[in-house]
Design a protein. Structure first.
Length: 324
Protein backbone atom coordinates (compact mmCIF):
# COMPACT_ATOMS: atom_id res chain seq x y z
CA UNK A 1 0.00 0.00 0.00
CA UNK A 2 1.13 3.56 0.61
CA UNK A 3 4.38 4.53 2.33
CA UNK A 4 4.46 5.70 5.95
CA UNK A 5 4.05 9.39 5.29
CA UNK A 6 1.02 9.24 3.02
CA UNK A 7 -0.86 6.33 4.50
CA UNK A 8 -4.48 7.07 5.27
CA UNK A 9 -5.04 6.99 8.99
CA UNK A 10 -7.64 4.57 10.27
CA UNK A 11 -10.96 6.31 10.65
CA UNK A 12 -10.05 9.12 8.22
CA UNK A 13 -12.69 9.23 5.52
CA UNK A 14 -11.50 7.72 2.27
CA UNK A 15 -14.09 9.81 0.45
CA UNK A 16 -15.63 13.02 1.71
CA UNK A 17 -18.08 15.20 -0.20
CA UNK A 18 -19.73 18.44 0.90
CA UNK A 19 -22.61 19.87 -1.06
CA UNK A 20 -21.61 18.18 -4.32
CA UNK A 21 -24.05 19.13 -7.07
CA UNK A 22 -23.72 18.03 -10.68
CA UNK A 23 -25.97 19.59 -13.28
CA UNK A 24 -26.14 18.22 -16.80
CA UNK A 25 -27.93 20.43 -19.33
CA UNK A 26 -31.29 18.80 -18.62
CA UNK A 27 -30.95 17.07 -15.30
CA UNK A 28 -29.47 17.55 -11.83
CA UNK A 29 -27.67 14.23 -11.39
CA UNK A 30 -26.27 15.01 -7.91
CA UNK A 31 -28.04 17.31 -5.51
CA UNK A 32 -26.02 18.82 -2.65
CA UNK A 33 -24.53 15.52 -1.59
CA UNK A 34 -22.77 15.25 1.78
CA UNK A 35 -21.09 11.89 2.11
CA UNK A 36 -18.36 10.30 4.22
CA UNK A 37 -17.01 6.92 3.18
CA UNK A 38 -14.58 5.13 5.49
CA UNK A 39 -12.23 2.20 4.92
CA UNK A 40 -13.59 -1.23 4.07
CA UNK A 41 -16.20 -2.17 1.50
CA UNK A 42 -18.99 0.35 0.87
CA UNK A 43 -21.97 -0.44 -1.30
CA UNK A 44 -23.46 2.48 -3.27
CA UNK A 45 -26.98 1.49 -4.28
CA UNK A 46 -29.74 3.27 -6.14
CA UNK A 47 -32.05 2.76 -9.08
CA UNK A 48 -30.87 3.49 -12.62
CA UNK A 49 -30.38 7.23 -12.98
CA UNK A 50 -29.81 7.80 -9.24
CA UNK A 51 -26.42 9.40 -9.93
CA UNK A 52 -24.01 6.59 -8.99
CA UNK A 53 -21.84 6.73 -12.11
CA UNK A 54 -21.81 10.52 -12.08
CA UNK A 55 -20.59 10.50 -8.47
CA UNK A 56 -17.79 8.09 -9.36
CA UNK A 57 -16.63 10.27 -12.26
CA UNK A 58 -16.66 13.34 -10.01
CA UNK A 59 -14.61 11.46 -7.39
CA UNK A 60 -12.03 10.48 -10.02
CA UNK A 61 -11.69 14.10 -11.11
CA UNK A 62 -12.98 13.19 -14.58
CA UNK A 63 -16.06 15.41 -14.28
CA UNK A 64 -16.00 18.85 -12.62
CA UNK A 65 -18.95 19.26 -10.26
CA UNK A 66 -21.21 22.29 -10.69
CA UNK A 67 -20.74 23.17 -7.02
CA UNK A 68 -19.49 21.70 -3.77
CA UNK A 69 -16.23 20.11 -2.65
CA UNK A 70 -14.94 16.59 -2.43
CA UNK A 71 -11.75 14.86 -1.33
CA UNK A 72 -10.60 11.36 -2.15
CA UNK A 73 -7.75 9.97 0.00
CA UNK A 74 -7.27 13.54 1.12
CA UNK A 75 -6.87 14.90 -2.44
CA UNK A 76 -9.16 17.55 -3.87
CA UNK A 77 -11.22 16.31 -6.83
CA UNK A 78 -11.10 19.65 -8.66
CA UNK A 79 -7.36 20.26 -8.58
CA UNK A 80 -5.72 16.90 -7.82
CA UNK A 81 -7.39 14.47 -10.23
CA UNK A 82 -4.08 13.00 -11.39
CA UNK A 83 -2.98 12.31 -7.79
CA UNK A 84 -6.33 10.64 -7.13
CA UNK A 85 -6.14 8.45 -10.22
CA UNK A 86 -2.60 7.37 -9.25
CA UNK A 87 -3.91 5.89 -5.97
CA UNK A 88 -7.40 4.82 -7.06
CA UNK A 89 -8.47 1.99 -9.38
CA UNK A 90 -11.57 2.41 -11.56
CA UNK A 91 -13.75 -0.25 -13.11
CA UNK A 92 -16.11 1.56 -15.50
CA UNK A 93 -19.69 0.52 -16.00
CA UNK A 94 -19.65 0.05 -19.76
CA UNK A 95 -17.55 -2.18 -21.97
CA UNK A 96 -14.22 -0.46 -22.55
CA UNK A 97 -12.02 -3.36 -23.62
CA UNK A 98 -10.24 -3.43 -27.00
CA UNK A 99 -11.46 -6.55 -28.81
CA UNK A 100 -8.20 -7.47 -30.55
CA UNK A 101 -5.92 -7.38 -27.52
CA UNK A 102 -5.36 -10.10 -24.90
CA UNK A 103 -6.21 -9.49 -21.25
CA UNK A 104 -2.52 -9.91 -20.43
CA UNK A 105 -1.40 -7.23 -22.92
CA UNK A 106 -4.20 -4.91 -21.82
CA UNK A 107 -3.54 -5.15 -18.09
CA UNK A 108 0.24 -4.80 -18.58
CA UNK A 109 -0.46 -1.70 -20.69
CA UNK A 110 -2.73 -0.22 -18.01
CA UNK A 111 -0.01 -0.89 -15.42
CA UNK A 112 2.55 0.90 -17.60
CA UNK A 113 0.13 3.83 -17.98
CA UNK A 114 0.00 4.05 -14.19
CA UNK A 115 3.77 4.43 -14.12
CA UNK A 116 4.90 0.88 -13.33
CA UNK A 117 8.21 -0.26 -14.89
CA UNK A 118 7.69 -2.92 -17.58
CA UNK A 119 8.82 -5.97 -15.57
CA UNK A 120 6.80 -4.88 -12.54
CA UNK A 121 3.74 -4.28 -14.71
CA UNK A 122 4.06 -7.81 -16.14
CA UNK A 123 4.37 -9.40 -12.72
CA UNK A 124 1.46 -7.40 -11.31
CA UNK A 125 -0.69 -8.17 -14.35
CA UNK A 126 -0.06 -11.91 -13.98
CA UNK A 127 -0.92 -11.66 -10.26
CA UNK A 128 -4.16 -9.74 -10.64
CA UNK A 129 -5.34 -11.82 -13.60
CA UNK A 130 -4.78 -14.96 -11.53
CA UNK A 131 -6.61 -13.34 -8.63
CA UNK A 132 -9.69 -12.59 -10.74
CA UNK A 133 -9.67 -16.09 -12.22
CA UNK A 134 -8.36 -15.32 -15.71
CA UNK A 135 -5.03 -17.17 -15.48
CA UNK A 136 -5.89 -19.70 -18.19
CA UNK A 137 -7.45 -17.34 -20.71
CA UNK A 138 -5.19 -14.35 -20.29
CA UNK A 139 -3.40 -14.72 -23.64
CA UNK A 140 -6.65 -14.90 -25.65
CA UNK A 141 -7.99 -11.74 -27.31
CA UNK A 142 -10.79 -10.21 -25.27
CA UNK A 143 -13.19 -9.92 -28.22
CA UNK A 144 -14.04 -13.60 -27.69
CA UNK A 145 -14.60 -13.27 -23.93
CA UNK A 146 -17.94 -13.90 -22.21
CA UNK A 147 -19.47 -11.02 -20.23
CA UNK A 148 -18.18 -12.58 -17.02
CA UNK A 149 -14.62 -12.76 -18.38
CA UNK A 150 -14.81 -9.16 -19.60
CA UNK A 151 -15.95 -8.00 -16.16
CA UNK A 152 -12.99 -9.86 -14.63
CA UNK A 153 -10.55 -8.25 -17.07
CA UNK A 154 -12.02 -4.82 -16.21
CA UNK A 155 -11.57 -5.60 -12.52
CA UNK A 156 -7.97 -6.75 -13.06
CA UNK A 157 -6.95 -3.48 -14.75
CA UNK A 158 -8.46 -1.55 -11.81
CA UNK A 159 -6.14 -3.44 -9.42
CA UNK A 160 -2.89 -3.59 -11.40
CA UNK A 161 -1.24 -0.52 -9.86
CA UNK A 162 -1.93 -1.66 -6.27
CA UNK A 163 -4.38 1.13 -5.44
CA UNK A 164 -5.54 2.14 -1.94
CA UNK A 165 -9.13 2.45 -3.13
CA UNK A 166 -11.09 0.99 -6.04
CA UNK A 167 -14.32 2.39 -7.47
CA UNK A 168 -16.27 -0.46 -9.08
CA UNK A 169 -19.22 0.66 -11.19
CA UNK A 170 -21.84 -2.12 -11.49
CA UNK A 171 -19.36 -5.03 -11.59
CA UNK A 172 -22.19 -7.58 -11.63
CA UNK A 173 -23.99 -6.01 -14.58
CA UNK A 174 -25.00 -8.55 -17.24
CA UNK A 175 -23.90 -11.57 -15.19
CA UNK A 176 -25.96 -14.68 -14.50
CA UNK A 177 -26.64 -15.50 -10.82
CA UNK A 178 -23.64 -17.82 -10.40
CA UNK A 179 -21.16 -15.40 -12.00
CA UNK A 180 -22.74 -12.60 -9.97
CA UNK A 181 -21.96 -14.46 -6.75
CA UNK A 182 -18.38 -15.13 -7.92
CA UNK A 183 -17.90 -11.44 -8.72
CA UNK A 184 -19.30 -10.38 -5.34
CA UNK A 185 -16.90 -12.81 -3.62
CA UNK A 186 -14.02 -11.22 -5.52
CA UNK A 187 -15.18 -7.76 -4.45
CA UNK A 188 -15.34 -8.87 -0.83
CA UNK A 189 -11.84 -10.36 -1.04
CA UNK A 190 -10.35 -7.15 -2.45
CA UNK A 191 -11.42 -5.61 0.84
CA UNK A 192 -10.51 -8.45 3.21
CA UNK A 193 -7.42 -10.08 1.60
CA UNK A 194 -5.72 -6.95 0.28
CA UNK A 195 -6.99 -4.27 2.63
CA UNK A 196 -7.98 -2.11 -0.34
CA UNK A 197 -11.00 0.10 0.31
CA UNK A 198 -13.83 -0.49 -2.11
CA UNK A 199 -16.76 1.61 -3.29
CA UNK A 200 -19.00 -0.68 -5.35
CA UNK A 201 -22.27 0.27 -7.04
CA UNK A 202 -25.38 -1.69 -7.94
CA UNK A 203 -28.87 -0.86 -9.15
CA UNK A 204 -30.03 -4.15 -7.59
CA UNK A 205 -30.81 -2.84 -4.16
CA UNK A 206 -30.33 -6.03 -2.18
CA UNK A 207 -27.26 -7.60 -3.68
CA UNK A 208 -24.53 -5.64 -1.89
CA UNK A 209 -25.76 -6.38 1.64
CA UNK A 210 -23.63 -9.46 2.02
CA UNK A 211 -20.34 -7.95 0.81
CA UNK A 212 -20.51 -4.41 2.19
CA UNK A 213 -19.54 -3.12 5.63
CA UNK A 214 -21.47 0.02 4.94
CA UNK A 215 -24.27 0.89 2.52
CA UNK A 216 -25.04 4.27 0.95
CA UNK A 217 -28.42 4.69 -0.74
CA UNK A 218 -28.82 7.34 -3.46
CA UNK A 219 -32.16 8.38 -4.90
CA UNK A 220 -32.53 11.05 -7.56
CA UNK A 221 -29.07 12.46 -6.80
CA UNK A 222 -29.82 12.78 -3.09
CA UNK A 223 -28.53 10.81 -0.13
CA UNK A 224 -31.38 8.70 1.17
CA UNK A 225 -29.42 6.83 3.81
CA UNK A 226 -25.87 5.91 4.83
CA UNK A 227 -25.53 3.22 7.50
CA UNK A 228 -23.51 0.24 8.62
CA UNK A 229 -24.87 -2.86 6.89
CA UNK A 230 -25.63 -4.36 10.30
CA UNK A 231 -28.10 -1.52 10.90
CA UNK A 232 -29.91 -2.27 7.67
CA UNK A 233 -30.19 -5.93 8.53
CA UNK A 234 -31.22 -5.59 12.17
CA UNK A 235 -34.03 -7.81 13.37
CA UNK A 236 -37.38 -6.09 12.88
CA UNK A 237 -39.06 -7.98 15.73
CA UNK A 238 -41.43 -9.58 13.24
CA UNK A 239 -41.79 -13.18 12.06
CA UNK A 240 -41.68 -14.20 8.40
CA UNK A 241 -43.79 -17.25 7.67
CA UNK A 242 -43.45 -19.06 4.38
CA UNK A 243 -45.73 -21.88 3.19
CA UNK A 244 -45.61 -24.13 0.14
CA UNK A 245 -47.54 -22.97 -2.91
CA UNK A 246 -48.21 -19.63 -4.54
CA UNK A 247 -49.59 -16.29 -3.38
CA UNK A 248 -52.98 -18.05 -3.06
CA UNK A 249 -51.71 -20.23 -0.19
CA UNK A 250 -49.77 -17.31 1.27
CA UNK A 251 -52.89 -15.15 1.32
CA UNK A 252 -55.09 -17.91 2.80
CA UNK A 253 -52.64 -18.08 5.68
CA UNK A 254 -52.53 -14.30 6.00
CA UNK A 255 -56.29 -14.02 6.25
CA UNK A 256 -56.55 -16.89 8.74
CA UNK A 257 -53.86 -15.34 10.95
CA UNK A 258 -55.63 -11.98 10.80
CA UNK A 259 -58.90 -13.68 11.86
CA UNK A 260 -57.06 -15.14 14.84
CA UNK A 261 -56.08 -11.67 15.95
CA UNK A 262 -52.59 -11.28 14.50
CA UNK A 263 -51.41 -8.20 12.66
CA UNK A 264 -49.88 -9.41 9.40
CA UNK A 265 -49.21 -8.52 5.77
CA UNK A 266 -47.64 -10.14 2.73
CA UNK A 267 -43.94 -9.56 1.98
CA UNK A 268 -42.70 -11.20 -1.22
CA UNK A 269 -43.49 -14.91 -0.89
CA UNK A 270 -44.08 -14.80 2.87
CA UNK A 271 -46.48 -13.47 5.47
CA UNK A 272 -44.93 -11.02 7.91
CA UNK A 273 -46.46 -11.29 11.37
CA UNK A 274 -46.11 -8.49 13.91
CA UNK A 275 -46.26 -10.21 17.32
CA UNK A 276 -48.50 -8.50 19.88
CA UNK A 277 -46.97 -7.22 23.14
CA UNK A 278 -45.87 -10.22 25.21
CA UNK A 279 -45.73 -12.40 22.09
CA UNK A 280 -49.00 -14.17 22.94
CA UNK A 281 -52.61 -14.12 21.79
CA UNK A 282 -55.05 -15.33 24.46
CA UNK A 283 -52.24 -17.15 26.27
CA UNK A 284 -50.99 -18.88 23.11
CA UNK A 285 -47.44 -18.18 21.91
CA UNK A 286 -47.39 -16.53 18.47
CA UNK A 287 -45.16 -19.22 16.95
CA UNK A 288 -47.52 -21.94 18.19
CA UNK A 289 -50.52 -20.06 16.88
CA UNK A 290 -48.85 -19.74 13.46
CA UNK A 291 -47.97 -23.45 13.42
CA UNK A 292 -51.52 -24.48 14.44
CA UNK A 293 -53.04 -22.22 11.79
CA UNK A 294 -50.82 -23.71 9.08
CA UNK A 295 -51.90 -27.22 10.16
CA UNK A 296 -55.60 -26.27 10.36
CA UNK A 297 -55.44 -24.92 6.80
CA UNK A 298 -53.61 -28.06 5.66
CA UNK A 299 -50.73 -25.98 4.29
CA UNK A 300 -47.07 -27.01 4.11
CA UNK A 301 -44.83 -24.93 6.38
CA UNK A 302 -41.51 -23.98 4.74
CA UNK A 303 -40.14 -21.80 7.53
CA UNK A 304 -40.83 -19.40 10.37
CA UNK A 305 -37.95 -16.96 10.81
CA UNK A 306 -37.13 -13.58 12.32
CA UNK A 307 -37.85 -10.70 9.98
CA UNK A 308 -34.85 -8.51 9.17
CA UNK A 309 -34.61 -5.06 7.67
CA UNK A 310 -33.43 -5.02 4.07
CA UNK A 311 -32.03 -2.27 1.90
CA UNK A 312 -35.09 -2.57 -0.32
CA UNK A 313 -37.23 -1.54 2.66
CA UNK A 314 -35.75 1.97 2.44
CA UNK A 315 -37.53 2.28 -0.90
CA UNK A 316 -40.39 -0.07 -0.22
CA UNK A 317 -43.98 0.83 -0.73
CA UNK A 318 -45.66 -1.92 1.25
CA UNK A 319 -47.83 -4.23 -0.77
CA UNK A 320 -51.46 -3.76 0.10
CA UNK A 321 -52.91 -6.58 2.18
CA UNK A 322 -53.46 -9.27 -0.41
CA UNK A 323 -56.84 -9.74 -1.99
CA UNK A 324 -58.56 -13.03 -1.13
N1 LIG B 1 -23.31 12.83 -19.90
C1 LIG B 1 -24.57 13.07 -19.51
N2 LIG B 1 -25.30 14.09 -20.05
C2 LIG B 1 -26.54 14.36 -19.63
N3 LIG B 1 -27.20 13.66 -18.68
C3 LIG B 1 -26.54 12.63 -18.11
C4 LIG B 1 -25.20 12.28 -18.50
N4 LIG B 1 -24.80 11.22 -17.75
C5 LIG B 1 -25.84 10.91 -16.95
N5 LIG B 1 -26.87 11.75 -17.16
C6 LIG B 1 -28.16 11.76 -16.42
O1 LIG B 1 -27.85 11.97 -15.05
C7 LIG B 1 -28.66 11.15 -14.22
C8 LIG B 1 -27.77 10.24 -13.38
O2 LIG B 1 -27.13 9.33 -14.25
P1 LIG B 1 -26.04 8.29 -13.73
O3 LIG B 1 -25.02 8.99 -12.92
O4 LIG B 1 -25.55 7.55 -14.94
O5 LIG B 1 -26.91 7.35 -12.80
P2 LIG B 1 -26.70 5.82 -12.35
O6 LIG B 1 -25.26 5.47 -12.57
O7 LIG B 1 -27.09 5.78 -10.91
O8 LIG B 1 -27.61 5.00 -13.20
C9 LIG B 1 -29.60 10.41 -15.15
O9 LIG B 1 -30.80 11.13 -15.21
C10 LIG B 1 -28.87 10.42 -16.47
O10 LIG B 1 -29.78 10.37 -17.54
MG1 LIG C 1 -24.42 3.97 -13.64
Amino acid sequence: MTGEGESVARGTPVIRTRGITMEYPRVRALDALDLDVGQGVTGLVGANGAGKSTLIKVLLGLLAPTSGDAQVLGHDVRSQGAAIRARVGYMPEHDCLPADVSASEFVVHMGRMSGLPHTVARERAADVLRHVGLAEERYRVMGGYSTGMKQRAKLAQALVHDPDLVLLDEPTNGLDPASRDDMLDLVRRIGTDFGISVLVTSHLLGELERVSDHVVVLDGGRLLRSSATSEFTEATGTLLVEVLGTTTERDRLGHALAERGLQCHPVDGAVEVVPPPGGEVGGVDVRDLVRDTVIDLDLGLVRIQEGRHRIQDVFAVREEVAQP
